[in-house]
Design a protein around this ligand. Structure first.
Ligand code: G3P
Ligand code: CA
Length: 367
C-alpha cells in the first residue's frame, strides 16, 4: 500500500469515526457550509432583523449603525415604496405601531405606506414609541428619529468596516406593483449587482408571485422563500382555535405541519423558482415576555426539516432567533443563518467572542 492509499484509508476511517460519533451523539447536524461558500454567503450568517432592533428602534439609523458595529453579516430590511416612488424600510402595513402617525395624521393613521409621500413620512417620529415600550433600553436621543430609505441603509453598509450585505424583503408586494424592478434599478445604479458583489445582496419574500418576479428581473441574485404555516401557506394539522388567554406565541407553538409532503412541496416550489434556500419560522425557548412573544412562531426548522432542505440543496436561514440557547440549538440542527433582533448576542454566541458594549457603542455613535 502506497502512502497515498494509506492517507486515503486513514481519512476514510477518520470520516467514518466522525460520522459514527455524530450519529450516536444526539441529532447534531452540520450546516451546508459548502453551498454557502459557493454562493458567497457567510456560514451561520448573522442577519440583523430591522437592524439591531433590540437595542434601538427598528428600521432606524441607530438600529442599522449598531448592527454594523457589532459585526452583523447582513442588514435586513422590509422594502416598501412611498406614493412618490421612494424605496423605504418599514415592516408593518401601516405606521401606527412604530411612529406617532396618530398624532401627526390622525385621519390617515390606518392608511397604508404607499398613500404617503416621503416628505409626509419624514415628519413622523419613529423612535419615541421604543422609549415608551422598552424604558429599560430607552435613550433620549431616540426621540424624533426618522424612518429610513433603502439608500440610507445601503450607505451604512457601504461605510461599515467589514462590509455587511443587504438582505431585502419585498413586504406586502401586492401593494407595490413593479417594486422588484425598482429595486433592481436602485441596486444596479449603486453597483450592488456588479459581478464582484457576489452574495452581498440576498432577496427574500413570503410571496410566491414576488419570488417569481424577483427571479425574472434578478435571476442571478440569491433568493430565499420565507416559510409560514396556516391558511395559504404550509398546511397544518387541525388544532383548537387561539384561546383568549393565550398569546399568539403560545398559539403558534402548538401548530404542527400536516405532513412531510406538504412541507416538501414548499421547498420544491422554492427550488423550482430560483430560490437558493428557505427562511422558516422558529419557536423561541422563552416566549412569554413582552419582547420575545412578538417573535416566536411555529416550528418550521425541526431537525427533519433542516435535513430535508439540505438534501434538496437549499440553505436554511431561520427567523427570528434572539436567545443564546436558541442560537446553539438551531446551529446544532445545522441551519445556515439566523435572522435576529440581537446581532451582538448572535455574533458573541456563535463566534465565542466577547461581544460589544452596546451602551458604549451607542454613545460612540452619537446617541
Ligand atoms: O424577513 C425575515 C423574517 O423576519 C420575516 O418576518 O415579519 O419580521 O418580516 P418579518
Ligand atoms: Ca422581514
Amino acid at each position: 500500500m502506497n502512502t497515498t492509499s494509506k492517507a486515503t484509508l486513514s481519512l476514510t476511517v477518520a470520516a467514518l469515526s466522525v460520522a459514527s460519533a455524530l450519529s450516536f451523539s444526539s441529532s447534531v447536524q452540520a450546516s451546508d457550509s459548502a453551498l454557502s461558500e459557493k454562493l458567497g454567503i457567510a456560514d451561520h450568517a448573522v442577519i440583523a432583523h430591522r437592524g439591531d432592533s433590540y437595542n434601538a428602534p427598528e428600521s432606524t439609523l441607530p438600529a442599522y449603525q449598531l448592527a454594523c458595529e457589532v459585526g452583523a453579516d447582513y442588514l435586513e430590511l422590509d422594502l416598501q415604496r412611498t406614493k412618490d416612488g421612494k424605496l423605504i424600510a418599514v415592516h408593518d402595513d401601516n405606521l401606527k405601531r412604530n411612529t406617532n402617525i396618530e398624532t401627526v395624521y390622525p385621519e390617515r393613521a390606518d392608511d397604508p405606506v404607499n398613500t404617503f409621500t416621503w416628505a409626509e413620512l419624514e415628519k413622523l417620529d419613529a423612535g419615541s414609541w421604543f422609549n415608551e415600550s422598552y424604558p429599560e433600553r430607552a435613550r433620549e436621543s431616540f426621540r424624533g428619529l426618522k424612518l429610513v430609505t433603502l439608500d440610507q441603509v445601503r450607505e451604512i453598509a457601504e461605510g461599515c468596516a467589514h462590509q455587511p450585505g443587504l438582505y431585502i424583503e419585498t413586504k406586502v408586494p401586492e401593494f407595490f406593483p413593479g417594486i422588484e424592478k425598482d429595486l433592481k434599478d436602485d441596486l444596479t445604479k449603486h453597483g450592488w449587482l456588479d459581478d464582484d458583489a457576489k452574495g452581498k445582496v440576498i432577496l427574500q419574500t413570503f410571496n410566491k408571485s414576488s419570488l417569481e418576479t424577483l427571479q425574472s428581473v434578478m435571476p442571478t441574485v440569491p433568493k430565499i422563500l420565507l416559510l409560514w404555516a396556516g391558511d395559504g401557506y404550509i398546511p397544518t394539522k387541525d388544532s383548537a382555535p387561539k384561546a383568549d388567554d393565550e398569546s399568539y406565541a403560545q398559539y403558534y407553538a402548538r401548530q404542527e405541519v400536516a405532513s412531510k409532503e406538504g412541507y416538501a412541496e414548499w421547498l420544491d416550489y422554492a427550488k423550482q423558482h430560483g430560490a437558493i434556500g428557505v427562511g422558516p419560522s422558529t419557536i423561541q425557548t422563552q416566549h412569554d415576555d413582552a419582547w420575545s412573544s412578538q417573535f416566536s412562531y411555529m416550528e418550521l426548522a425541526a431537525p427533519w426539516m433542516v435535513e430535508m432542505s439540505h438534501e434538496k440543496d437549499l440553505l436554511m436561514h431561520v427567523y427570528t432567533v434572539d436567545q443564546a440557547v436558541d442560537f446553539e440549538r438551531y446551529r446544532d440542527r445545522g441551519v445556515d443563518g439566523f435572522f435576529t433582533n440581537r446581532p451582538n448576542l448572535a455574533v458573541k454566541t456563535l463566534s465565542g467572542g466577547e461581544g460589544k458594549d452596546i451602551q458604549a457603542t451607542l454613545t460612540k455613535l452619537g446617541y
